[in-house]
Each structure stands twice: as C-alpha cells, then as structure tokens.
Design a protein around this ligand. Sequence first.
Ligand code: NAD
Ligand code: UDP
Length: 318
Amino acid sequence: MRVAVTGGGGFLGSHLCEALLRRGDKVVCLDDFSTGDPANVAAFLSDPAFELVRCDVSRSTDVRGAVDAVAHLASPASPPDYLRRPLETLAVGSRGTENALRLASQHGARFVLASTSEVYGDPEVHPQDETYWGHVNPVGPRSVYDEAKRFAEALTQAHRSYHGTNTGIIRIFNTYGPRMRPHDGRVVSSFIVQALGGDPLTVYGDGKQTRSFCYVDDLVRGILAMLDHDEPGPVNLGNPVELTVLQLAELVLGLTESTAGIQFHPLPVDDPTRRRPQIIRAWERLGWCPEVGIEDGLLRTVRWFAARPGNVAAALEA
Ligand code: NAD
Ligand code: UDP
C-alpha cells in the first residue's frame, strides 16, 4: 500500500509511519510541524519508501501519485497546544479533514479519521461506549478541539453516505510513549519530566479525576487494523485500565525512584472527571485489544526520556 499520513511528524503519526514502513508499505507524511518535531521522522528520510511533504493540510493535501489509504492524524492534541492554537485546531478539524477526505475519494482510497475520546466531553455515561453521544460544552475552552473532532466525524460520515468514500472513525483515548514532546503539557510527559528533573509533580485539582492510558505500540496496532479493514466505526481505541491522576503521579514517582513529591494546582475549566473506554467493539470488529500494562509502558517511556536529559532540562526551564 501507499499510505498518506497527515500529522505523520507528530507523536502518534511518527509511530504509525514507522510501523507502515516496517511492514513494507510506502508512506507520504504530510505535516507542518506546528506541534510535531522533525526529529521524529529524521531516521526515515533516507528510506526511499518514505516521502515528507511539509504543508498545512487545512490549505491543501497535494500528493503526487496515487494513494491506497489516508490516515488523518493532523491536529494539535495536547490541551495547552490546542488552547494556544484555537483557530488552527478548528481549521484542521474542518477544512483539513475535508481536504484529507477529498484526497482519499479522488483515489478510491481507505480513509481513517483519528478522532478522540474528547467527543464524549465530560461523560455522564461510564465507561464510554460508541453509542454514547457525549456531553460537551460547545462554548467552553476545550470546545475548539472537541467540536472540531465532532465536526470531523460528521464530515467523515457524510462523505461515506453521500460520496461512498470508504471511511473509518477511531476514537483514541489517552495514549503515551516515546516521542511525546517533553513540554507538551500532557500528564504523562509532564509527570515523567518533572520526576526525572526533581521538580514536584503538578497534579491539577484533587487528582481524583480519572483517565485510562494506552501504550503507543498498542494504539498503532489498532490504527493499522482499522486501515486494513472496511469497518466504518466509530471504534474506541484505548486501554480500559482506569487510574486517578494521583495514582498515576505515585506510579511515576515510584518507577523513577524520585523524591520530587506532589504539588496541587487548580483544575482546568471543563476538565473531564472520568474517562474509560468500552472496547468490546474494537475486539469484535477488529480483533484488537491492548497488551502493554501501565507499569511496563511507563517504564519504557521513562527510559526514553531518561536517555534524553537535555530535553528534560529544556522542558523544565520552558
Ligand atoms: P501531536 O501534536 O504529536 O501530532 C499532531 C501532528 O499534526 C503534529 O506533527 C503537527 O505538526 C501536525 N499538524 C497539526 N496541524 C497541522 C496542519 N494544519 N497541517 C499539517 N500538520 C499539522 O499529537 P498526537 O498525540 O500524535 O495526536 C495525533 C492525532 O491523534 C490527533 O489528531 C489527535 O487529536 C489524536 N488523538 C491523540 C490522542 C493521544 O492521547 N495522543 C488521544 C486522542 C486523539
Ligand atoms: N493533568 C495534571 N497535571 C498536569 C497535566 C495534566 O494533573 O501537569 C491532569 C489534567 O487536568 C487531566 C489529566 O491529567 O485531568 C489528563 O490530562 P492530559 O492533558 O494529559 O489529557 P486530557 O485532559 O486531554 O485527557
């Protein structure tokens, strides 16, 4: 296959590009590096099966030659990133998704949208399954991301219904692993960087809010399964093991043998209180379930950050 990966220079996108190259596919990575890092794909540049197109996909998704599949991952994903880039986030969810869908339909290619658990907002149903419509504040600070992704889902569904495009929607729950930007503000990268640097871990609110964390290799297997399938979705992809943020902080302190301690900060507005995926659909339709446990995944991620002390120091200064 020849696969176009929008956002291929980001955390998840670069792992997806790597997995596609490893199994013998050709990859066209489209990225403007607004929240990604060229270092994520530097190792692939010498591979003739890899092509990098630096572009803003909200403006265009011009790719030379045919593609068999489009994985649309381009979008800021960390709350500080999308709060810093609100209009760009709405643009890439709407115009960017439209351009990526058009690229797929031009070539009769499979299209997979990287949607998010954020479409469920602050959920009133727990755990969240795909039939739940969500509880989103359309004018709150997070809405630039949540509503962009909800619009992207509607657009994807409309392309399927009215143009016959072979689309699939995945709803990704919190995912972590190597190549997260050390200063992206997400909880796993922040806690690891703080623990390794000896700074107190910044727990927001009372730390009783929950998340369910999926290791990146598991998630990428799920994206590949969806690319190879005709399943329309939406399909939740995530690890259903649920932790409070405080439990995560204690786990990171333990794994890093850090004495940095914990410091409490105000909870951001509209921060969801609970989040856990119901993943029966992913198992029944894609044969997918996560395999990497939280301690194992965190340890791999800690080792990756620990091997890059310069990044950790720079992130703590930022
Ligand atoms: P990331 O910020 O590391 O990657 C996003 C990539 O998209 C970056 O390389 C960025 O430069 C690129 N990008 C953003 N806007 C662009 C534009 N207009 N044109 C071209 N490139 C653009 O984030 P990530 O964690 O790798 O997330 C990837 C996708 O998965 C996103 O769509 C995100 O919403 C979704 N997702 C991620 C998670 C998670 O926990 N990591 C959870 C749910 C959904
Ligand atoms: N969080 C925290 N400290 C941090 C960063 C995040 O306590 O330094 C909390 C945040 O308030 C949320 C959870 O951790 O309740 C997950 O945050 P993240 O930004 O990683 O993802 P999202 O909110 O999008 O699930």
